[in-house]
Design a protein. Structure first.
Ligand code: FAD
Ligand code: S2G
Ligand code: ZN
Length: 494
């Protein structure tokens, strides 16, 4: 493997082969205003303001104008003009990116392209088990449309009320059902997208098999808006469940949680769809910050798992299956305590705890956040090693690790020492902390970005830790498809 320093990562966002991006000319702006109309074009700072900061409030961007095309053709018009004038475009859906991926640079040279008006569900076929949604359709709208048709779109996450189809595709989003159905990469059947030269790629077919060469769809999935603008996607649906059971279990350790997962899968097979690890300190934070949530068990156990089980059988079949299994787990001492949601409202109450963690964290204050994955079987040992190294190197810090245990994916966040200025501590120590965590993850064969992507937040760490051959191949793909570097400048690439 070539030594790391040999990777030539020519800056793409700003200059490719010496041709720097340019701010939009007055002529371009007036042409786009005429083409898009008053609902599709604004240069009013008040209109743009809400969309120029990322969800975590880390990045403050600026844009020459906010473009809101209503059709793929209007997207083509925008991209073709920006390509010819080498003007940067930042695609934005729900703006829930955790890595600043949808926030334009602060220099205001790029145009912000919102997909909000690309908001139609174009079709739903029960025979094909497929739904075609435009990029700006929100995840909950996809869930509702599928349910009305007796189907289900099996991907969910805490931002489901804001995250859009285009954003979910472009970040290869994960969430809480990856355990059974995989991330977006497994659930996208086809894509319609405007490529950086302004051409329209119409690949929306719901074909389950198509081996005509390279898979452009799979490049755009997880491409973070750097290879084109997704205008619609064909999504895979699965049958609606007959019944579902949601349980909250108190457990002694992540190692025991993993044992419980494998034991449940041995008994119940693929019906275990979600298995989310929640440590006591996270539960305490949610109970403190989020109104209307209650502790599921009498005791606040050091570790907890939220389990969702789905069964094709109707009525209380899922409840019966998981009750029997958990009774045995309690008898054996593997589970310390458990409660089974007795109603849909209780089930939603348990999920509300899990889905409110990010909001509770935001209210709790700044922390050094990591979205990591390691091989599942290595997770408990990784957690022990990381804790020991962090306690040695950064005394007084507090580790908060939660999330998608079954995928080997943890949100591994470290809070600064309680005394002193958190932001100041992070500005001095955050980079060293992240390097320690990411080096440990890399040494375990893991990833420094399990599901949130790279955006602008992790470019440095990607360059520092990724395989040079991979980086060089990715740069070559970017240069081939977007030679002028107009697509989402300074994201994923410098
Ligand atoms: P945006 O934030 O608008 O954009 C995300 C990226 O996609 C940017 O790079 C943007 O340029 C690009 N993009 C957006 N639309 C398009 C398009 N049409 N064409 C091309 N590029 C486009 N993520 C997970 O994976 N799992 C989780 O469990 C999870 N939980 C979350 C919980 C909360 C409370 C929050 C706030 C976020 C969470 N996220 C999670 C992160 C985020 O929701 C996902 O990354 C989501 O996919 C972003 O969708 P979005 O529409 O908000 O995209
Ligand atoms: C989750 C998003 C929030 C976070 O809740 O599963 O993906 O804090 C996360 O990282
Ligand atoms: Zn997550």
């Amino acid at each position: 493997m070539r030594p790391r320093e040999s990777v030539c990562m020519r800056p793409f966002g700003g200059s490719v082969g010496g041709m720097a991006l340019r701010p939009p000319s007055a002529a371009l702006l007036s042409d786009l205003a005429a083409a898009l109309g008053p609902r599709g074009f604004s240069s009013d700072p008040n209109d743009m303001k809400p969309w120029l900061t990322d969800w975590r409030g880390r990045y403050q961007g600026a844009a020459a104008a906010l473009l809101s095309p209503a059709t793929a053709e209007e997207v083509r018009t925008i991209v073709a003009r920006c390509a010819s004038e080498r003007v940067g475009l930042v695609p934005q859906g729900g703006n829930t990116s955790m890595v600043g991926g949808a926030t334009p640079e602060a220099d205001g040279r790029s145009l912000l392209l919102s997909t909000r008006r690309l908001n139609r569900i174009r079709s739903l076929s029960q025979d094909e088990n497929a739904l075609v949604a435009e990029a700006g359709v929100i995840l909950t709208q996809v869930h509702e449309a599928a349910e009305q048709a007796g189907r289900r779109f099996p991907l969910s996450l805490g931002a489901k009320g804001s995250a859009t189809v285009g954003g979910l595709v472009s970040t290869n989003a994960g969430g809480t059902q990856v355990l059974r159905f995989g991330p977006m990469r497994s659930l996208v059947l086809g894509i319609e997208a405007v490529l950086p030269d302004g051409s329209l790629y119409s690949g929306l077919s719901a074909l389950r098999k198509d081996n005509r060469g390279y898979d452009l769809k799979q490049l755009l999935i997880g491409g973070e808006g750097t290879l084109g603008i997704v205008t619609a996607a064909s999504l895979k649906l699965v049958p609606a469940p007959g019944s579902r059971a949601v349980a909250w279990v108190g457990i002694a350790s992540p190692a025991d949680a993993l044992r419980l997962l494998r034991w449940l899968e041995g008994r119940l097979g693929e019906s275990v769809e979600a298995f989310e690890l929640v440590p006591r300190e996270v539960l305490v934070s949610v109970l403190h910050h989020i109104p209307g949530v209650r502790a599921p068990l009498a005791e606040l156990h050091a570790w907890n798992v939220l389990i969702e089980l789905v069964s094709p059988g109707s009525g209380s079949e899922a409840d019966a299956l998981i009750s029997e299994a958990l009774a045995e787990a309690l008898d054996s001492g593997l589970a310390l305590d458990a409660m089974l949601a007795a109603s849909e409202a209780q089930a939603q109450g348990l999920w509300r705890i899990r889905e409110s963690i990010a909001e509770a964290e935001r209210l709790e204050g700044p922390s050094v956040k990591h979205d990591i994955s390691v091989p599942v079987s290595r997770l408990p040992e990784f957690m022990d090693k990381a804790r020991a190294a962090i306690e040695r190197g950064f005394p007084g810090t507090r580790i908060v690790a939660f999330g998608h245990l079954g995928d080997g994916n943890l949100h591994y966040n470290v809070l600064p020492p309680e005394d002193g200025d958190a932001a100041a501590w992070i500005s001095v120590n955050g980079g060293k902390m992240t390097a320690l965590v990411h080096d440990l993850v890399t040494s375990e064969g893991g990833s420094i970005s399990a599901e949130h992507g790279i955006g602008q937040h992790k470019i440095g760490e990607l360059m520092r830790t990724a395989d040079p051959a991979l980086l060089a191949a990715q740069a070559a793909i970017k240069k081939a498809l977007d030679p002028a570097g107009i697509m989402n400048p300074h994201k994923l690439f410098t």
